[in-house]
Design a protein around this ligand. Structure first.
Ligand SMILES: *Cc1c(COP(=O)(O)O)cnc(C)c1O
Ligand SMILES: [Zn+2]
Length: 444
C-alpha cells in the first residue's frame, strides 16, 4: 500500500500544504482556518469492504493503539504518527442507546442516543484531544520546543486537555471564565495538575487571551480552531454508522457552540462517502441554546452573514459561545448535509433533559438542547415518524449535578420543572410509608 499522508491546508482553498507537526493555526496567505487533508487516492487502494472489515476487527480489542475508537481509524485520522507517541485512554466506542420509551413518547420509534459522555473525562472532547496531544508528543519527540498546551474552555475541553496532558507528561494551561463553569468541571483540570487560570470574562474573552498567549510558539494552542481536534472528533459520525452495521441514519442531531463538532461530524461522514463506505448522507441538525444562538441567527438569514452575539448565561454552559470560531466550516457542512439549525430556551432544554431522564437517561444540559431541538423538528413534521434519528449526547450528566438538583428543587431561572421529583421525608413509620407508596403507584 502507498504511504498514507495527511497535511494542513486552507479551508478557503489557498494553495499550500503544511505538515501536521508545524505550529500553525491559520492559513499564512489569507488568515482563514486550516483543515486536515488526506491523500484519498492512497486510501482508495483499500476497498470500502476492506476498510469496514479492518475497522470492525479492531473494535474493542486491546491491540495498541487500535482498540481506541479514534485510533482504530488511525489511517483516516492521523496516519503519520508513531504508535509510541499516541496518548490514548481508549476513548470512543460509546454506547449507541436505543431510546425506546422516549421514542415511543414522541412518535419516532427508531430513536437512538449516542452516549458520548461515557468517556474518560465525561465528554466527547476526549475524541479530539487524544489526537492533538499525541501530535504534540510526536513534535516533542522530533525535537520541537513545546513547553505547554493551552486552551480556553467552558469546562469539557479543559478537562480533556488536562487528562491527556497528564497522561503524556506535558503541562496543561487552561483559561476558564470565572464563576461560569460548574465545580465538577473545574475540579477535573485541578486534579490532573493543570495550571488553571480563572479570568473575569466570558468564554469569548478567554479565547481572545489564549490566542495572544499562544503567539509564543512554545505554548501550543488546543482550541478547536486547531483542526487536529476536529480530526479526532470526526470519528463520532463514522462510529455511529459503523454501529448500525454501516447503515446511514436519516438524521443526526448535535448541540453546537463553537461549531467545531458539527463540522467534525460532517467531515467524518463525508469521508465515509468519498471512500465508498456509504451511498447517502444523513441530514444534520445543529442545536443551539437560545441564550447563545449566533449560528441559529445566521441560519435564519440564509447564512448571508456571520451573526455574533454576547452570549447570555445558559444552563448549557459548554455551548455558551457568542462568536463561534468554526463558523465558516460549519456553514459548509450544514449546506452540504441539507441541515437545519434549531434552538432551545432554558425551559425547553431543562424540561427535555428531565423528560428523557424519566426514560432511563441522565442527560447533561447540552443533550437537553439537542433533545428539545428533536422535539421541535418532530412537531414541525421536519423529522418523520419513520425516520431513524440519532441524538448525540455530548457529556455525562454526572458532571452537571447542580443543573440536576436545581431542576428538581425548582430553583432554576426560567424553568417551571414539569417533571420535578423530590424525596418525601417521612417518619420511620410503615403506615406513612405505605401511604406514600400507594399515592405514587395510583398516580396521584
Ligand atoms: C464542546 C461541547 C459541545 C459543542 O461543541 P462545539 O464544537 O463547541 O460546537 C456540546 N456539548 C458539550 C458537552 C461540549 O463539551
Ligand atoms: Zn487561505
Amino acid at each position: 500500500m502507498r504511504e498514507l499522508r495527511a497535511w494542513f491546508r486552507c479551508i478557503r482553498g489557498c494553495e499550500g500544504e503544511y505538515p501536521l507537526e508545524q505550529v500553525l493555526y491559520h492559513c499564512p496567505k489569507c488568515g482563514g482556518l486550516l483543515e486536515v487533508a488526506h491523500d484519498l487516492n492512497a486510501l482508495k487502494e483499500r476497498s470500502a469492504a476492506e476498510w469496514k472489515q479492518l475497522f470492525d476487527a479492531r473494535m474493542h480489542t486491546n491491540e495498541w493503539p487500535f482498540g481506541s475508537g479514534v485510533w482504530g481509524k488511525k489511517e483516516w485520522v492521523c496516519p503519520g504518527i508513531a504508535d509510541d507517541n499516541i496518548i490514548s485512554m481508549y476513548e470512543g466506542h460509546t454506547n449507541l442507546f436505543w431510546a425506546q420509551r422516549l421514542g415511543a413518547d414522541i412518535g419516532v420509534e427508531d430513536l437512538w442516543v449516542k452516549l458520548c459522555g461515557n468517556s474518560h473525562t465525561g465528554s466527547f472532547k476526549d475524541l479530539g484531544m487524544t489526537v492533538l496531544v499525541s501530535v504534540v508528543k510526536q513534535m516533542v519527540a522530533n525535537g520541537a520546543d513545546i513547553r505547554a498546551i493551552a486552551c480556553a474552555s467552558t469546562g469539557d475541553t479543559s478537562a480533556a486537555l488536562a487528562a491527556y496532558c497528564a497522561a503524556a507528561g506535558i503541562q496543561a494551561i487552561v483559561f476558564l471564565p470565572r464563576n461560569k463553569v460548574s465545580t465538577a468541571q473545574l475540579i477535573q483540570p485541578i486534579a490532573n495538575g493543570a495550571l488553571v487560570l480563572a479570568l473575569d470574562t466570558d468564554f469569548d474573552g478567554c479565547m481572545a487571551i489564549v490566542q495572544q498567549v499562544t503567539r509564543d510558539q512554545t505554548i501550543y494552542l488546543a482550541n478547536s480552531m486547531n483542526s487536529l481536534r476536529i480530526e479526532g472528533q470526526k470519528t463520532v459520525g463514522i462510529e455511529i454508522v459503523q454501529q448500525f452495521d454501516w447503515q446511514v441514519p436519516d438524521w443526526i442531531i448535535m448541540p453546537a457552540g463553537n461549531l467545531g463538532n458539527i463540522t467534525a461530524l460532517g467531515n467524518g461522514l463525508l469521508m465515509l462517502d468519498e471512500l465508498g463506505l456509504i451511498d447517502r448522507l444523513p441530514r444534520l441538525a445543529a442545536a443551539q441554546a437560545e441564550h447563545a444562538n449566533p449560528f441559529y441567527r445566521s441560519y435564519q438569514r440564509g447564512f448571508a452573514s456571520q451573526e455574533r452575539v454576547i452570549a447570555q448565561t445558559t444552563l448549557a454552559s459548554a455551548i455558551q459561545i457568542g462568536n463561534p470560531v468554526s463558523y465558516e466550516r460549519a456553514v459548509k457542512v450544514i449546506q452540504r448535509f441539507d441541515g437545519v439549525v434549531e434552538q432551545a430556551s432554558e425551559s425547553e432544554l431543562a424540561e427535555a433533559a428531565a423528560r428523557a431522564d424519566l426514560t432511563g437517561m441522565y442527560c447533561c444540559p447540552h443533550t437537553g438542547v439537542a433533545l428539545a431541538a428533536l422535539f421541535k423538528l418532530v412537531a414541525r413534521g421536519e423529522i418523520k415518524s419513520s425516520d431513524r434519528v440519532v441524538v448525540v449526547s455530548t457529556a455525562q450528566g454526572l458532571k452537571f449535578t447542580s443543573f440536576k438538583t436545581g431542576y428538581h428543587e425548582g430553583t432554576l431561572a426560567e424553568v417551571a420543572g414539569e417533571y420535578r421529583n423530590m424525596p418525601i421525608e417521612l417518619r420511620a413509620d410503615a403506615d406513612a410509608v405505605n401511604q406514600a407508596i400507594a399515592a405514587r403507584l395510583s398516580g396521584k
